[in-house]
Write a protein that binds this ligand. Structure first.
Ligand code: GLN
Length: 311
């Protein structure tokens, strides 16, 4: 595994086309696109890493996994009255379908849907309490207390987040936003500004692996469902392409991080800040594709079955 990660990091370092860093959040615009890190936490407890795996980065939309988990913990299946479970086929910050579908976002991983999950775990608490709960959950999952919110990144996004404000106002106009828009946006932008290293993120993802040896923070049924949503919706309008190329559930963020789960086997985090046309890490996606090819970990690949029925 270590040799494989080292090889993947070398392939990434040699690739001259690193994608474009997200520039709509000013505080993220100046990040060096030449960075690449990867870490794997296996179900047997071992952890491997390569490249810049210990450099903290802004997890951005990868946080939507943790937000959904908290929202499900608060209200269970009631959440599906306010948000759907279908891929949107549109950009992560699109407002198009919201009008046609009466303020019910397609899924919890596009921005409109994530604003609903943030509004759900925020209900009845102050933003400080809700964010405290989120950070405590992530720290417990990663078994690491050195995980924090970058206040500068959060403020930078609040000051420039016109699209997210419009999405939230649109949701509010349909009665699908219970706390005030300012409160929800403040909480959402801080949630997105959590910083983690690849190693921490791979460890934090272990609760989704579905193996007895891993932290049991959610029920088996819930982790299967979260994985299903990651597979179908975790990469926005690039979700089909990611399933085609990698074949494992994953969630990306515009900070350049991706968390991928190999059910029963591993939690894998990759980070490289340059993005592809869908706003997902370019080198990160390519690295996951190479990993899937070399390991055969696509969930769609079954061991060769002989005609006599023996595997
Ligand atoms: N905070 C970012 C936003 O709302 C998250 C988007 C993303 O990572 N795709 O625009």
């Amino acid at each position: 595994m270590q040799d494989l990660l080292t090889e993947i990091a070398e392939v990434a370092a040699e690739n001259p086309d690193k994608g474009e860093v997200a520039n709509y959040i000013p505080e993220l615009a100046g990040i060096d696109p030449g960075q690449f890190g990867m870490a794997i936490a296996l179900a047997d407890g071992s952890v491997f890493s390569a490249g810049d795996a210990d450099v903290p980065f802004s997890i951005q939309s990868v946080s939507k996994i943790f937000a959904l988990t908290l929202a499900l913990g608060r209200v269970g299946d009631q959440i599906w009255r306010r948000v759907g479970r279908e891929p949107s086929g549109l950009a992560f910050d699109s407002i198009l379908l919201l009008e046609r579908e009466n303020g019910i976002p397609r899924n919890p991983f596009i921005n409109a849907g994530a604003l609903v999950t943030t509004d759900t775990y925020l209900a009845g608490s102050s933003p400080r309490e809700a964010l405290g709960e989120l950070v405590r959950f992530v720290r417990a999952a990663a078994d690491d207390d050195d995980i924090h919110i970058n206040e500068k990144v959060a403020r930078s996004e609040i000051a420039s987040g016109h699209r997210n404000f419009s999405l939230a106002h649109y949701l509010a106009s349909h009665g699908n936003m219970y706390s005030s828009v300012d409160k929800v946006l403040g909480t959402y932008c801080h949630q997105c500004a959590v910083e983690m290293t690849c190693r921490q993120l791979a460890l934090a993802g272990r609760f989704l692996i579905d193996a007895d040896s891993m932290p049991a923070l959610v029920s088996v049924e819930r982790r299967r469902r979260i994985n299903a949503l990651m597979m179908t919706c975790g990469h926005y309008d690039g979700s089909g392409d990611f399933a085609f190329r990698v074949g494992m559930p994953g969630k990306s963020g515009v900070g350049g991080g991706i968390l991928v789960i190999s059910p029963g086997r591993a939690s894998i985090a990759v980070w490289s800040p340059g993005l592809n046309q869908y706003g997902n890490s370019k080198l990160g996606t390519e690295a996951m594709e190479l990993l899937a090819q070399k390991t055969g970990w696509s969930v769609f690949g079954v061991p060769h079955v002989r005609t006599d029925g023996d595997v």
